[in-house]
Structure formats: structure tokens, C-alpha cells
Design a binder for this molecule. Structure first.
Ligand SMILES: Nc1ncnc2c1ncn2[C@@H]1O[C@H](COP(=O)(O)OP(=O)(O)O)[C@@H](O)[C@H]1O
Ligand SMILES: [Mg+2]
Length: 312
């Protein structure tokens, strides 16, 4: 087993009275994608900031590529790339100039810097826009430029703090493909996200953060198996129909959960026969079913289950 690129042991970070991280432990291997999943305020950015040596831990240890983030920050910074939630490219100059400048700052010759910029502009589909000011880029293009900027130095570890936030679905899919490509080259990626689908799709291992604590960890498959249930989503005409259907199902001994926004009822399907039971009960006495879909468990269900467990 190669040494993990990321080794975090009982990490804690307090901002005055606020415990942003408590007792967080995790690892990530070379060429692995670690997904850090959690809602706003869970501690994701704090974790990335510590690993990227932008903040110091209050307790515990964190190592990146074998270097301690507190004692060997300079070494750590030589091995990492960072794309922050709030991008920091210079809007007043072109995409190409941004990349060339970064490469020069990292010690490349003028020629090396130009070549690296070209290579990244091509990889990220920015060739046509290369000589336009970064300030004129669309959101998706800006993200790609940001990502390109973080890769100028060919990092062993790439941190992506909510890279999909604000991206349209097409750019998001493009980003996912790029991450897959980096991993194939052996880069370790630590990716924070609020999108469960994203963690599910990209991550080899997922750590779920809530209130600065690791509340679950494992492969997406293992986490999903922990919930292990298919569910039926029954769409009805309106809220009145939802209330009616809830009553009908309750009478049949079937528990259903209404969606908070849409006229949809969700029913956990513990056994295959339950699909028939739900349809039969509604068909006999219930309102018309507008749509009926059966879904496999997702990380969303894992998160909801954890969320409910932590509340009760
Ligand atoms: N510089 C700071 N000063 C004080 N509190 C902070 C600071 N940065 C983060 N926090 C607090 O730490 C917690 C975790 O924040 P953060 O790591 O930004 O979460 P996330 O990135 O998951 O949204 C939040 O309660 C946040 O308010
Ligand atoms: Mg954040």
C-alpha cells in the first residue's frame, strides 16, 4: 500500500467559541477522490483551508504528501493545487495571461510557461477565449479557468472546494470528466460538495461532515448499502390529493413521507411486493397517480437518514 497523500488525525479547529471541526480523521490514497460532503457550515472549507495551509489547526495533525501542514507548510504548498469556492484569477487580464503569470511565479521559463498555458487552455476548452479578459468569461468558463490555474504546477493533490457551485449542468458534467482524467494520472483529489450526486459519481471514499464532526464515512456503495432501500416516488395532482393519499396509505398500513415542496409522496420499498401494495391501495380508494417512479438509494438518502438520526 502506498502511503496516503492525505492523513488527518483527530483534527480540530476552533474559531473563538465556534468549533468548526472536531476530532476529524480521514485519509486519501494516491489517485483517489475523497468526497467531503456536508451542508453550509459543516466545516468543509475549514478542512480544505487547513490542508492547504491557509489556516492552522487548533488540535490534531494533518499531513499532505507526508508533510505536516503546521511545520512544513512550504513543502505542502509545493505539492498542492487549490481551487477555492470564491475564485481568485485576475479579471483584468486574459485567461492565457493568468496562466502564464502563474507558471512564471512557480518558476517556469517564459517558453515553459507559454507551453503549459496552451496545454491547459486546450484541455479545458478555453482556446477560443484564451485572449479575452477573464472578466468577460461566463460562469462555467471562469470555473474552468480557475481549475486550470490550480493545475499549472502539476500538483499531486488537488483541492476543489465546491467546484460545482454555480455551474450549469453541462459545465458540471465537463468538470466531472476533467476530475476523472486527473485521477487517471494519479492526482489525489479532495472535493467538497453539497451535491450528493456529485460525491456519489466522483468519490472513491466519502466523508460526511455535520457540525464539524465526521458523521459517516466509507465508499458511496457502502454508505448506500447502509440505507439499503429502494423507494417509490408517487406524484399526485396537488396537495389535497397528497393528503388524501396519505390517509389511504396509512389505512393500508403503508408509511409515506410527503415531499416538502412538490405533491410527491415517498414510500420506502423494503420488499419488491411493496410496489404492488402501494399501487393497489391508491388505485382502490385513492386519488389519481400522475407519475410513479422507483428509485435506487442515493447518498441523499444516506444524508437524510443521518440528519434525522442526529436530530432525534
Ligand atoms: N474565519 C472564521 N471565523 C469564525 N468562524 C468561522 C470562520 N470560518 C468558518 N467559521 C465557522 O466555522 C463553521 C464551519 O464553516 P466552513 O468551514 O466555512 O463550513 P462549510 O465550508 O462546510 O460551509 C461555521 O460555523 C462557520 O461560521
Ligand atoms: Mg465552504
Amino acid at each position: 500500500m502506498p502511503r496516503p497523500r492525505i492523513e488527518v488525525t483527530r483534527l480540530g479547529k476552533a474559531y473563538g467559541p465556534v468549533a468548526a471541526l472536531t476530532d476529524v480523521s480521514l485519509t486519501a490514497a494516491p489517485g483517489a477522490v475523497l468526497g467531503v460532503l456536508g451542508h453550509n457550515g459543516a466545516g468543509k472549507t475549514t478542512l480544505i483551508d487547513i490542508l492547504a495551509t491557509r489556516a492552522l489547526p487548533t488540535s490534531g495533525t494533518a499531513r499532505v504528501c507526508g508533510y505536516d501542514v503546521t511545520r512544513s507548510g512550504h513543502q505542502v504548498r509545493r505539492h498542492i493545487g487549490l481551487t477555492s469556492q470564491y475564485a481568485c484569477v485576475d479579471e483584468a487580464v486574459s485567461g492565457r495571461a493568468n496562466l502564464v503569470l502563474l507558471a512564471r511565479l512557480l518558476g517556469a521559463t517564459r517558453k515553459q510557461a507559454r507551453d503549459r498555458a496552451d496545454e491547459l487552455l486546450t484541455a479545458f476548452g478555453l482556446t477560443d477565449a484564451a485572449d479575452r479578459k477573464a472578466g468577460t468569461y461566463s460562469g462555467g468558463m471562469r470555473r474552468r479557468l480557475d481549475l486550470a490555474a490550480s493545475l499549472v504546477g502539476r500538483p499531486d493533490v488537488l483541492f476543489l472546494d465546491e467546484p460545482s457551485t454555480g455551474l450549469d449542468p453541462v459545465s458540471r458534467a465537463g468538470l466531472w470528466a476533467l476530475v476523472a482524467g486527473l485521477v487517471a494520472d494519479g492526482t489525489t483529489v479532495v472535493l467538497t460538495t453539497q451535491y450528493l450526486e456529485e460525491a456519489d459519481k466522483l468519490a472513491d471514499e466519502v466523508v460526511v461532515l455535520a457540525g464539524g464532526h465526521v458523521v459517516a464515512a466509507g465508499t458511496p456503495t457502502a454508505l448506500k448499502a447502509g440505507i439499503g432501500q429502494r423507494a417509490a416516488a408517487v406524484r399526485l395532482a396537488d396537495e389535497r390529493a397528497v393528503r388524501h393519499a396519505l390517509g389511504v396509505l396509512a389505512y393500508a398500513g403503508i408509511r409515506a413521507t410527503p415531499d416538502p415542496v412538490e405533491p410527491i409522496l415517498r414510500v420506502a420499498l423494503a420488499e419488491p411486493g411493496h410496489v404492488t401494495a402501494v399501487v393497489r391501495a391508491l388505485d382502490a380508494a385513492g386519488p389519481d397517480i400522475v407519475d410513479f417512479t422507483v428509485t435506487e438509494p442515493t447518498l441523499d438518502d444516506v444524508y437524510l437518514a443521518l440528519h434525522h438520526a442526529s436530530k432525534s
